[in-house]
Design a protein around this ligand. Structure first.
Ligand SMILES: NC(=O)N[C@@H](CC(=O)O)C(=O)O
Ligand SMILES: [Zn+2]
Ligand SMILES: [Zn+2]
Length: 427
Protein backbone atom coordinates (compact mmCIF):
# COMPACT_ATOMS: atom_id res chain seq x y z
CA UNK A 1 0.00 0.00 0.00
CA UNK A 2 1.15 3.52 -0.81
CA UNK A 3 0.99 6.11 1.92
CA UNK A 4 0.35 9.65 0.72
CA UNK A 5 1.51 12.39 3.07
CA UNK A 6 -0.71 15.19 1.87
CA UNK A 7 -0.25 18.92 2.19
CA UNK A 8 2.83 19.16 4.39
CA UNK A 9 5.78 21.55 4.13
CA UNK A 10 8.83 19.56 3.12
CA UNK A 11 12.47 20.36 3.78
CA UNK A 12 14.30 19.47 0.56
CA UNK A 13 17.90 18.36 0.11
CA UNK A 14 19.07 21.87 -0.82
CA UNK A 15 17.55 23.16 2.40
CA UNK A 16 14.61 24.90 0.75
CA UNK A 17 11.07 24.40 1.95
CA UNK A 18 8.24 23.41 -0.39
CA UNK A 19 4.58 22.60 -0.06
CA UNK A 20 4.59 19.14 -1.56
CA UNK A 21 2.96 15.75 -1.17
CA UNK A 22 5.23 12.84 -0.37
CA UNK A 23 4.60 9.18 -1.11
CA UNK A 24 5.86 6.19 0.82
CA UNK A 25 5.91 2.85 -0.96
CA UNK A 26 7.60 -0.05 0.80
CA UNK A 27 10.79 1.24 2.41
CA UNK A 28 11.23 4.21 0.10
CA UNK A 29 9.87 7.71 -0.41
CA UNK A 30 8.89 9.36 -3.69
CA UNK A 31 7.95 12.87 -4.78
CA UNK A 32 5.52 11.53 -7.40
CA UNK A 33 2.96 8.78 -6.99
CA UNK A 34 4.76 5.47 -7.79
CA UNK A 35 3.44 3.92 -11.03
CA UNK A 36 2.69 0.48 -9.67
CA UNK A 37 0.83 1.88 -6.67
CA UNK A 38 -2.68 0.46 -6.21
CA UNK A 39 -4.54 1.39 -3.05
CA UNK A 40 -3.55 4.48 -1.19
CA UNK A 41 -3.78 5.61 2.40
CA UNK A 42 -3.89 9.38 2.72
CA UNK A 43 -2.56 11.07 5.83
CA UNK A 44 -3.53 14.72 5.92
CA UNK A 45 -0.60 16.68 7.32
CA UNK A 46 -1.60 20.14 6.19
CA UNK A 47 0.29 22.80 8.12
CA UNK A 48 2.82 20.32 9.44
CA UNK A 49 6.54 20.12 8.77
CA UNK A 50 8.09 17.10 7.04
CA UNK A 51 11.76 16.65 7.88
CA UNK A 52 14.36 13.92 7.55
CA UNK A 53 14.17 11.67 10.63
CA UNK A 54 16.33 13.03 13.44
CA UNK A 55 19.67 11.40 14.24
CA UNK A 56 21.08 11.19 17.77
CA UNK A 57 24.61 9.81 18.00
CA UNK A 58 24.67 9.86 21.81
CA UNK A 59 22.12 7.65 23.57
CA UNK A 60 22.36 5.30 26.56
CA UNK A 61 19.99 2.38 26.07
CA UNK A 62 21.34 0.51 29.13
CA UNK A 63 20.78 -2.96 27.68
CA UNK A 64 22.41 -5.34 28.51
CA UNK A 65 22.81 -5.09 32.26
CA UNK A 66 20.83 -1.94 33.09
CA UNK A 67 17.34 -3.00 32.01
CA UNK A 68 15.80 -1.49 35.14
CA UNK A 69 16.80 1.96 33.77
CA UNK A 70 16.00 1.41 30.07
CA UNK A 71 15.89 -1.30 27.41
CA UNK A 72 16.48 -1.22 23.69
CA UNK A 73 12.71 -1.49 23.36
CA UNK A 74 11.75 1.38 25.67
CA UNK A 75 14.65 3.58 24.58
CA UNK A 76 13.77 3.21 20.91
CA UNK A 77 10.10 3.90 21.68
CA UNK A 78 11.21 7.11 23.35
CA UNK A 79 13.34 7.87 20.27
CA UNK A 80 10.36 7.34 17.94
CA UNK A 81 8.23 9.64 20.10
CA UNK A 82 10.97 12.27 19.92
CA UNK A 83 11.16 12.07 16.12
CA UNK A 84 14.52 10.24 16.07
CA UNK A 85 14.83 7.54 13.41
CA UNK A 86 18.52 6.71 13.96
CA UNK A 87 20.23 6.59 17.34
CA UNK A 88 23.67 5.41 18.35
CA UNK A 89 23.92 3.29 21.49
CA UNK A 90 26.70 3.96 23.99
CA UNK A 91 28.74 1.00 25.24
CA UNK A 92 28.77 1.61 29.01
CA UNK A 93 26.61 -1.48 29.52
CA UNK A 94 27.30 -4.78 31.29
CA UNK A 95 28.85 -6.53 29.55
CA UNK A 96 30.57 -3.84 27.47
CA UNK A 97 30.46 -4.42 23.69
CA UNK A 98 34.21 -4.95 23.40
CA UNK A 99 34.18 -8.22 21.46
CA UNK A 100 32.55 -9.47 18.29
CA UNK A 101 30.38 -11.85 20.29
CA UNK A 102 28.84 -8.99 22.31
CA UNK A 103 28.35 -6.87 19.18
CA UNK A 104 26.52 -9.73 17.53
CA UNK A 105 24.30 -10.25 20.57
CA UNK A 106 23.50 -6.52 20.55
CA UNK A 107 22.72 -6.49 16.83
CA UNK A 108 20.31 -9.42 17.28
CA UNK A 109 18.61 -7.77 20.23
CA UNK A 110 18.24 -4.50 18.26
CA UNK A 111 16.75 -6.41 15.35
CA UNK A 112 14.30 -8.16 17.69
CA UNK A 113 13.15 -5.26 19.86
CA UNK A 114 14.20 -1.93 18.33
CA UNK A 115 11.59 0.50 17.03
CA UNK A 116 14.06 2.77 15.23
CA UNK A 117 17.51 2.22 13.70
CA UNK A 118 20.13 1.63 16.37
CA UNK A 119 23.82 1.83 15.50
CA UNK A 120 25.86 0.46 18.37
CA UNK A 121 29.24 1.83 19.41
CA UNK A 122 32.03 -0.53 20.36
CA UNK A 123 34.36 0.24 23.25
CA UNK A 124 37.84 1.65 22.70
CA UNK A 125 39.26 -0.47 25.52
CA UNK A 126 38.31 -3.81 27.04
CA UNK A 127 35.58 -3.28 29.68
CA UNK A 128 36.23 0.45 29.23
CA UNK A 129 39.11 0.10 31.66
CA UNK A 130 41.52 2.10 29.56
CA UNK A 131 44.16 -0.61 29.57
CA UNK A 132 43.84 -2.79 26.49
CA UNK A 133 42.62 -1.78 23.02
CA UNK A 134 39.75 -3.76 21.53
CA UNK A 135 40.06 -5.34 18.07
CA UNK A 136 38.94 -2.39 15.92
CA UNK A 137 39.01 -4.23 12.57
CA UNK A 138 36.93 -7.15 13.89
CA UNK A 139 34.45 -4.85 15.67
CA UNK A 140 34.07 -2.73 12.55
CA UNK A 141 33.33 -5.89 10.60
CA UNK A 142 30.73 -6.82 13.25
CA UNK A 143 28.91 -3.51 12.64
CA UNK A 144 30.33 -1.06 15.18
CA UNK A 145 29.30 2.54 14.42
CA UNK A 146 32.49 4.05 15.91
CA UNK A 147 34.65 3.62 19.02
CA UNK A 148 34.07 5.25 22.39
CA UNK A 149 34.54 4.62 26.12
CA UNK A 150 31.76 7.11 26.93
CA UNK A 151 31.07 7.29 30.64
CA UNK A 152 34.81 7.52 31.35
CA UNK A 153 37.74 9.28 29.75
CA UNK A 154 40.69 7.42 28.25
CA UNK A 155 43.33 8.43 30.81
CA UNK A 156 46.55 7.35 29.15
CA UNK A 157 47.77 9.58 26.34
CA UNK A 158 49.67 6.63 24.92
CA UNK A 159 46.49 4.49 24.87
CA UNK A 160 44.64 7.30 23.10
CA UNK A 161 47.49 7.61 20.59
CA UNK A 162 47.29 3.89 19.87
CA UNK A 163 43.48 4.06 19.62
CA UNK A 164 43.60 6.91 17.11
CA UNK A 165 46.31 5.15 15.10
CA UNK A 166 44.14 2.03 14.85
CA UNK A 167 40.95 4.03 14.19
CA UNK A 168 42.65 5.87 11.32
CA UNK A 169 43.72 2.54 9.86
CA UNK A 170 40.17 1.19 9.76
CA UNK A 171 38.67 4.57 8.81
CA UNK A 172 36.48 4.96 11.89
CA UNK A 173 36.02 7.77 14.40
CA UNK A 174 37.19 7.96 18.01
CA UNK A 175 34.33 9.49 19.99
CA UNK A 176 35.58 10.86 23.27
CA UNK A 177 34.15 11.45 26.70
CA UNK A 178 36.71 14.02 27.81
CA UNK A 179 37.43 13.82 31.50
CA UNK A 180 40.77 13.78 33.28
CA UNK A 181 40.34 11.58 36.37
CA UNK A 182 42.93 13.46 38.44
CA UNK A 183 40.92 16.66 37.99
CA UNK A 184 37.44 15.38 38.87
CA UNK A 185 38.23 16.26 42.52
CA UNK A 186 35.34 14.10 43.65
CA UNK A 187 32.97 16.79 42.35
CA UNK A 188 29.27 16.36 41.66
CA UNK A 189 28.53 19.74 40.01
CA UNK A 190 30.53 22.39 38.16
CA UNK A 191 33.16 24.14 40.25
CA UNK A 192 31.66 27.62 40.35
CA UNK A 193 28.96 29.71 42.00
CA UNK A 194 26.54 26.83 42.62
CA UNK A 195 29.15 24.53 44.17
CA UNK A 196 30.38 27.37 46.40
CA UNK A 197 26.88 28.37 47.52
CA UNK A 198 25.91 24.82 48.46
CA UNK A 199 29.30 23.82 49.76
CA UNK A 200 29.59 20.97 47.25
CA UNK A 201 32.78 19.71 45.66
CA UNK A 202 33.11 21.01 42.10
CA UNK A 203 34.40 19.57 38.83
CA UNK A 204 36.60 22.26 37.26
CA UNK A 205 36.33 23.16 33.57
CA UNK A 206 39.93 22.02 32.94
CA UNK A 207 38.87 18.47 33.79
CA UNK A 208 37.29 18.43 30.31
CA UNK A 209 39.37 20.89 28.32
CA UNK A 210 42.80 19.37 29.04
CA UNK A 211 41.69 16.10 27.48
CA UNK A 212 40.44 17.88 24.37
CA UNK A 213 43.68 19.86 24.07
CA UNK A 214 45.69 16.64 24.39
CA UNK A 215 43.49 14.74 21.96
CA UNK A 216 43.40 17.26 19.12
CA UNK A 217 47.20 17.02 19.04
CA UNK A 218 46.95 13.22 18.97
CA UNK A 219 44.41 13.50 16.16
CA UNK A 220 46.83 15.73 14.28
CA UNK A 221 49.64 13.24 14.79
CA UNK A 222 47.57 10.26 13.63
CA UNK A 223 45.14 11.76 11.11
CA UNK A 224 42.22 10.11 12.93
CA UNK A 225 38.70 11.55 13.00
CA UNK A 226 38.32 12.69 16.60
CA UNK A 227 34.82 13.55 17.84
CA UNK A 228 34.18 15.33 21.16
CA UNK A 229 31.12 14.20 23.15
CA UNK A 230 28.91 16.64 25.08
CA UNK A 231 31.24 19.68 24.93
CA UNK A 232 30.56 21.99 27.88
CA UNK A 233 33.20 24.65 28.53
CA UNK A 234 34.35 27.83 26.82
CA UNK A 235 37.96 26.64 26.82
CA UNK A 236 36.91 23.40 25.10
CA UNK A 237 35.11 25.38 22.40
CA UNK A 238 38.21 27.53 21.85
CA UNK A 239 40.49 24.49 21.57
CA UNK A 240 38.18 22.84 19.02
CA UNK A 241 37.88 26.10 17.05
CA UNK A 242 41.67 26.50 16.91
CA UNK A 243 42.15 22.83 15.98
CA UNK A 244 39.67 23.15 13.12
CA UNK A 245 41.51 26.23 11.88
CA UNK A 246 44.73 24.22 11.94
CA UNK A 247 43.08 21.64 9.68
CA UNK A 248 42.79 18.90 12.31
CA UNK A 249 40.01 16.37 11.75
CA UNK A 250 37.96 17.18 14.84
CA UNK A 251 34.18 17.42 15.29
CA UNK A 252 32.04 18.12 18.33
CA UNK A 253 28.51 17.75 19.66
CA UNK A 254 26.62 19.73 22.29
CA UNK A 255 23.59 18.61 24.30
CA UNK A 256 20.29 20.49 24.53
CA UNK A 257 20.68 20.83 28.30
CA UNK A 258 24.08 22.51 28.08
CA UNK A 259 22.60 24.96 25.56
CA UNK A 260 19.49 25.73 27.60
CA UNK A 261 20.77 25.67 31.17
CA UNK A 262 23.73 26.83 33.26
CA UNK A 263 24.60 26.35 36.93
CA UNK A 264 22.67 29.52 37.88
CA UNK A 265 19.51 27.69 36.77
CA UNK A 266 19.88 24.79 39.22
CA UNK A 267 17.01 25.42 41.62
CA UNK A 268 18.54 23.70 44.64
CA UNK A 269 19.74 20.23 45.46
CA UNK A 270 17.70 18.64 42.65
CA UNK A 271 19.51 15.61 41.19
CA UNK A 272 17.66 15.99 37.89
CA UNK A 273 20.15 18.79 37.29
CA UNK A 274 23.11 16.46 37.88
CA UNK A 275 24.83 15.19 34.77
CA UNK A 276 28.29 14.70 33.35
CA UNK A 277 29.70 17.03 32.23
CA UNK A 278 27.89 19.28 34.72
CA UNK A 279 25.93 22.41 33.85
CA UNK A 280 28.66 25.05 33.61
CA UNK A 281 28.65 28.83 34.02
CA UNK A 282 26.59 31.36 32.07
CA UNK A 283 29.79 32.29 30.16
CA UNK A 284 30.36 28.70 29.16
CA UNK A 285 26.75 28.40 28.04
CA UNK A 286 27.22 31.51 25.91
CA UNK A 287 30.38 30.06 24.34
CA UNK A 288 28.48 26.88 23.39
CA UNK A 289 25.89 28.94 21.49
CA UNK A 290 28.65 30.88 19.79
CA UNK A 291 30.48 27.68 18.89
CA UNK A 292 27.36 26.06 17.49
CA UNK A 293 26.42 29.13 15.44
CA UNK A 294 29.92 29.58 13.96
CA UNK A 295 30.31 25.88 13.07
CA UNK A 296 32.94 25.03 15.71
CA UNK A 297 30.38 22.67 17.20
CA UNK A 298 28.97 20.48 14.44
CA UNK A 299 25.62 19.32 15.76
CA UNK A 300 23.37 18.47 18.71
CA UNK A 301 23.15 15.11 20.51
CA UNK A 302 21.03 14.41 23.57
CA UNK A 303 23.21 12.18 25.79
CA UNK A 304 19.94 10.49 26.84
CA UNK A 305 21.00 8.92 30.16
CA UNK A 306 18.09 7.29 32.01
CA UNK A 307 18.28 6.42 35.72
CA UNK A 308 15.48 5.34 38.07
CA UNK A 309 13.83 7.73 40.54
CA UNK A 310 15.18 5.64 43.42
CA UNK A 311 18.73 5.88 42.11
CA UNK A 312 18.37 9.64 41.73
CA UNK A 313 16.79 10.09 45.19
CA UNK A 314 20.00 9.84 47.21
CA UNK A 315 21.21 13.43 47.17
CA UNK A 316 23.46 15.54 44.93
CA UNK A 317 26.69 13.90 46.04
CA UNK A 318 25.70 10.27 45.61
CA UNK A 319 23.13 10.27 42.77
CA UNK A 320 24.31 8.99 39.39
CA UNK A 321 25.12 11.54 36.67
CA UNK A 322 22.73 11.83 33.73
CA UNK A 323 19.36 13.00 32.43
CA UNK A 324 17.00 11.78 29.69
CA UNK A 325 16.66 13.73 26.46
CA UNK A 326 15.09 11.89 23.53
CA UNK A 327 11.48 12.92 24.08
CA UNK A 328 12.14 16.57 24.86
CA UNK A 329 14.96 17.58 22.49
CA UNK A 330 12.98 18.90 19.54
CA UNK A 331 10.21 20.71 21.45
CA UNK A 332 12.77 22.34 23.76
CA UNK A 333 15.06 23.42 20.94
CA UNK A 334 12.28 24.60 18.65
CA UNK A 335 10.80 26.64 21.48
CA UNK A 336 14.01 28.08 22.89
CA UNK A 337 16.11 28.40 19.74
CA UNK A 338 13.82 28.93 16.80
CA UNK A 339 10.82 30.69 18.41
CA UNK A 340 13.26 33.00 20.20
CA UNK A 341 15.03 33.66 16.87
CA UNK A 342 18.44 32.65 18.14
CA UNK A 343 18.69 30.18 15.22
CA UNK A 344 16.55 29.36 12.22
CA UNK A 345 14.39 26.28 11.77
CA UNK A 346 16.71 25.20 8.96
CA UNK A 347 19.76 25.42 11.24
CA UNK A 348 18.04 23.39 13.95
CA UNK A 349 16.96 20.70 11.51
CA UNK A 350 20.52 20.58 10.08
CA UNK A 351 21.96 20.06 13.56
CA UNK A 352 19.59 17.14 14.07
CA UNK A 353 19.89 15.53 10.62
CA UNK A 354 22.35 16.57 7.87
CA UNK A 355 25.23 17.48 10.18
CA UNK A 356 25.44 14.26 12.22
CA UNK A 357 24.91 12.27 9.00
CA UNK A 358 27.76 14.10 7.25
CA UNK A 359 30.06 13.84 10.25
CA UNK A 360 29.74 10.06 10.40
CA UNK A 361 29.08 9.28 6.73
CA UNK A 362 25.49 8.09 7.23
CA UNK A 363 23.17 7.75 4.24
CA UNK A 364 20.14 9.18 6.05
CA UNK A 365 19.56 12.81 6.99
CA UNK A 366 17.92 14.14 3.81
CA UNK A 367 14.59 13.77 2.04
CA UNK A 368 15.39 12.49 -1.43
CA UNK A 369 13.29 10.89 -4.14
CA UNK A 370 13.76 7.10 -4.17
CA UNK A 371 15.65 6.95 -0.85
CA UNK A 372 14.83 5.17 2.40
CA UNK A 373 11.81 6.76 4.02
CA UNK A 374 13.18 7.87 7.42
CA UNK A 375 10.79 10.74 7.99
CA UNK A 376 9.57 12.83 10.90
CA UNK A 377 6.46 14.96 10.73
CA UNK A 378 6.28 17.76 13.26
CA UNK A 379 3.29 19.77 14.41
CA UNK A 380 4.94 23.15 14.89
CA UNK A 381 1.73 24.61 16.34
CA UNK A 382 1.14 22.07 19.08
CA UNK A 383 1.66 23.56 22.53
CA UNK A 384 1.98 21.48 25.63
CA UNK A 385 3.91 21.07 28.82
CA UNK A 386 6.64 18.48 29.18
CA UNK A 387 5.21 15.77 31.41
CA UNK A 388 7.72 13.16 32.56
CA UNK A 389 4.93 10.76 33.45
CA UNK A 390 4.01 10.60 29.77
CA UNK A 391 7.52 9.52 28.70
CA UNK A 392 7.89 6.18 26.97
CA UNK A 393 11.42 6.05 28.33
CA UNK A 394 11.74 4.29 31.67
CA UNK A 395 13.81 7.30 32.73
CA UNK A 396 11.82 10.23 34.17
CA UNK A 397 14.97 12.11 35.18
CA UNK A 398 14.57 15.42 33.42
CA UNK A 399 15.18 18.98 34.63
CA UNK A 400 12.62 20.20 32.08
CA UNK A 401 9.45 18.72 33.60
CA UNK A 402 6.59 21.21 33.35
CA UNK A 403 8.28 23.40 30.73
CA UNK A 404 5.89 24.80 28.11
CA UNK A 405 6.99 23.79 24.64
CA UNK A 406 5.76 24.33 21.12
CA UNK A 407 6.50 21.96 18.22
CA UNK A 408 5.98 18.25 18.86
CA UNK A 409 6.63 15.24 16.59
CA UNK A 410 3.33 13.88 15.27
CA UNK A 411 4.44 10.95 13.08
CA UNK A 412 7.73 9.09 12.76
CA UNK A 413 8.51 6.70 9.89
CA UNK A 414 11.53 4.40 9.81
CA UNK A 415 12.23 2.78 6.46
CA UNK A 416 8.66 3.52 5.38
CA UNK A 417 7.15 2.01 8.52
CA UNK A 418 5.05 4.16 10.82
CA UNK A 419 6.61 3.71 14.28
CA UNK A 420 4.95 6.62 16.10
CA UNK A 421 1.66 8.35 15.57
CA UNK A 422 0.43 11.17 17.81
CA UNK A 423 0.82 9.61 21.17
CA UNK A 424 1.19 5.96 20.33
CA UNK A 425 3.82 3.49 19.26
CA UNK A 426 2.60 1.68 16.19
CA UNK A 427 5.00 -1.23 15.77
N1 LIG B 1 26.10 11.91 30.86
C1 LIG B 1 25.92 11.40 32.03
O1 LIG B 1 25.76 12.15 33.00
N2 LIG B 1 25.87 10.08 32.25
C2 LIG B 1 26.08 9.05 31.29
C3 LIG B 1 27.54 8.83 30.99
C4 LIG B 1 28.15 9.85 30.08
O2 LIG B 1 27.56 10.27 29.08
O3 LIG B 1 29.29 10.23 30.31
C5 LIG B 1 25.45 7.77 31.80
O4 LIG B 1 25.74 6.68 31.28
O5 LIG B 1 24.61 7.84 32.71
ZN1 LIG C 1 30.07 11.01 28.50
ZN1 LIG D 1 26.86 9.67 27.42
Amino acid sequence: MTIKLQGGSIILEDGSMAQKDLYIEGEKMYFEKPENSTDEKVINIEGKLVTPGFIDVHVHLREPGGEHKETIETGTQAAAAGGFTTICAMPNTRPVPDKVEQMEWLQDRIEETGHVRVLPYAAITTRQLGKELTDFAALKEAGAFAFTDDGVGVQSADKMLQAMTEAAKVGMAIVAHCEEDTLIHDGCVHEGTFSAKHNLKGIPSVCESVHIARDVLLAEATGAHYHVCHISTKESVRVVRDAKRAGINVTAEVSPHHLLLCDDDIPGLDTNFKMNPPLRSKEDQHALWEGLLDGTIDFIATDHAPHTEEEKAVGMERAPFGIVGLETAFPLLYTHMVKTERATLKQLIDWLTVKPAETFGLQSGVLKDGELADITIVDLEENRKIDKDQFLSKGKNTPFNGWDCQGWPAYTFVGGKLVWEKGKVTK
